[in-house]
Design a protein around this ligand. Structure first.
Ligand code: DX5
Ligand code: ZN
Length: 219
């Protein structure tokens, strides 16, 4: 559908020229920009921190969708907010006080999201959904780009779509991991309205970004 938002994950960009890459995906018509933050502790990989988010901020006006895969998380929220994050998304498994963490993100004036790992049930949202602006369903185990889509997560997307509709609130439902031209339509029909795409956006280099993004939207 034309209304689905594409949030390219810069994890698959050329890290030696991130500013240029951000300008290229902006020009190619992406909706948001997905920033994967990993600490080598919560997930088995290390990426970037607030200094890089801050350096990238002047390169685009598009929304920064910052996915924090770090533990502990609370001590870093302010730094990411100040660096220019618009949405900050956290894993409930990253600490014992996810409800408090979500309140802290909102108190910083940012939108708050909660992420569910492939093994985490939708039920985890029961007492969080009324507090968040976004739910992110991981369709791979977090840590790396380029993994295969885990189809069992479609059932979870469908269940969460129903939960969101019941709230009557405008909560984004985002799917992250293994999104391709083949899996994007499945995620969309299950109820996703935002798709993260790393490999599928950046494959082929800058001349292909616009076509890649259009293809993910089904255009
Ligand atoms: C995985 C990250 C994803 C990942 C997506 O831990 O959260 O955002 O970069 O990459 P692809 O689209 O290549 O699966
Ligand atoms: Zn991500």
């Amino acid at each position: 559908t034309a209304s689905v938002k594409i949030s390219p994950s810069i994890l698959s960009a050329d890290f030696a020229k991130l500013g240029e890459e951000i300008r290229a995906i902006d020009a190619a018509g992406c909706d948001w920009i997905h920033v994967d933050v990993m600490d080598g502790h919560f997930v088995p990989n290390i990426t970037i921190g607030p200094a890089v988010v801050k350096a990238l901020r002047p390169h685009t006006d598009k929304l920064f969708d910052v996915h924090l895969m770090i533990s502990p998380v609370d001590a870093y929220l302010e730094a990411f907010a100040e660096a220019g994050a618009d949405i900050i998304t956290i894993h409930p498994e990253a600490g014992p006080h996810s409800h408090r963490t979500i309140q802290a993100i909102k108190a910083l004036g940012k939108k708050a999201g909660v992420v569910l790992n492939p093994g985490t049930p939708a039920k985890m949202l029961d007492y969080l959904i009324d507090e968040v602006d976004l739910v992110l369903v991981m369709s791979v185990n977090p840590g790396f780009g380029g993994q295969s889509f885990i189809s069992s997560q479609l059932r979870k997307v469908d269940a969460i779509r129903k939960m969101i509709d019941q709230t009557g609130r405008d909560i984004h439902l985002e799917v992250d991991g293994g999104i391709t031209v083949d899996t994007a339509p499945l995620a969309i029909s299950a109820g996703a309205d935002v798709l993260v795409a790393g490999t599928a956006t950046f494959t082929g280099g800058p001349s292909q970004y616009a076509a890649n993004i259009r293809a993910l939207r089904g255009e």
